[in-house]
Write a protein that binds this ligand. Structure first.
Ligand SMILES: Nc1ncnc2c1ncn2[C@@H]1O[C@H](COP(=O)(O)OP(=O)(O)OP(=O)(O)O)[C@@H](O)[C@H]1O
Ligand SMILES: [Mg+2]
Length: 255
């Protein structure tokens, strides 16, 4: 793996208890500072891949059968999630992990716990600059925020530690298209400011392919298509199938 690669997933197969493989021999790389989109129909294995990367598979009774996840040059298969966070990975949104009874600011400070205490205020300032709405609501209980604001909070909490790699699973879920677009604009700023690399799972393939430089398409647990986002966007297979409907074309997307 080159030092220009922050994440490499190598021939990874994952199974869940009482189920066949959910991922079958999947390989994927995220270049340092790059933005990569992960697409595929419902049940294709996108969340499973994100879990394998962040270390949350155990929690869902899933396990790596073969292959490895390498982060910043180091195989992390056996590392628990909190250690991966310390190495520089962050995942968002994790809506259910927002502490609804804590204030917005205290939720952000949970994410800032990995920073030395002298850096925490800087972290807060950076997140408030990206999401002024969070600053306005900083003293309010997180549970009183709208769904979209809670997504911003989850994202802010993931970003506060300036992760080297940000994993985003379904940012747009339940959000107004305009808001999603503006959050993606903010993520571009995050990359400029912190140099973070990103792996983005997104149902809206068109949006994701406009945002990312590279893309992978999962189809029933296997990589069906990958390449530059513009090429993936232009392929017949993705045009015919990215909404998860029946495939019409036969360009490379069949397992
Ligand atoms: N905890 C679990 N136990 C057993 N099977 C699971 C579990 N989680 C997911 N699966 C199965 O693994 C496969 C991949 O699921 P996954 O959630 O990774 O798909 P996805 O691409 O994220 O789908 P979606 O777009 O609907 O979020 C599916 O067949 C799903 O039923
Ligand atoms: Mg999913």
């Amino acid at each position: 793996m080159s030092h220009d690669t922050i994440l490499s997933v190598e021939n990874l197969s994952v199974g869940y208890a009482r189920k066949g493989l959910a991922l079958d021999d999947v390989s994927l790389t995220v270049p340092r500072g790059g933005i990569v989109a992960l697409l595929g129909a419902n049940g294709a294995g996108k969340t499973t891949l994100i879990r394998a990367i962040s270390g949350l598979l155990d929690h869902h009774h899933g396990r790596i059968e073969s292959g490895q996840v390498r982060f910043d040059g180091r195989v992390v298969n056996a590392l628990p999630p909190h250690k991966r966070i310390r190495l520089g990975m962050a995942q968002s949104p994790e809506g259910r992990l927002i502490f609804k009874n804590l204030t917005v600011e205290d939720n952000l400070l949970v994410g800032a716990a990995i920073l030395p205490s002298a850096k925490r205020q800087d972290g807060l300032d950076a997140v408030y600059a990206l999401f002024p709405r969070l600053k306005e609501r900083r003293g309010q209980s997180a549970g009183w925020m709208s769904g979209g604001e809670q997504q911003m909070l989850a994202l802010g909490r993931a970003l506060i530690g300036r992760p080297q790699l940000l994993l985003v699973d379904e940012l747009s879920l339940g959000l107004a298209p305009l808001l999603v677009r503006s959050i993606y604009e903010e993520l571009k700023k995050v990359r400029e400011l912190f140099g973070s690399s990103m792996l983005i799972v997104e149902q809206n393939a068109k949006l994701a392919l406009g945002f990312a430089e590279q893309a992978y398409v999962l189809d029933r647990g296997r990589i069906a298509l990958s390449g530059f986002a513009a090429d993936v966007a232009a392929s017949t297979a993705i045009r015919d199938s990215y909404l998860g409907t029946e495939r019409v074309g036969n360009e490379g997307a069949h397992a």
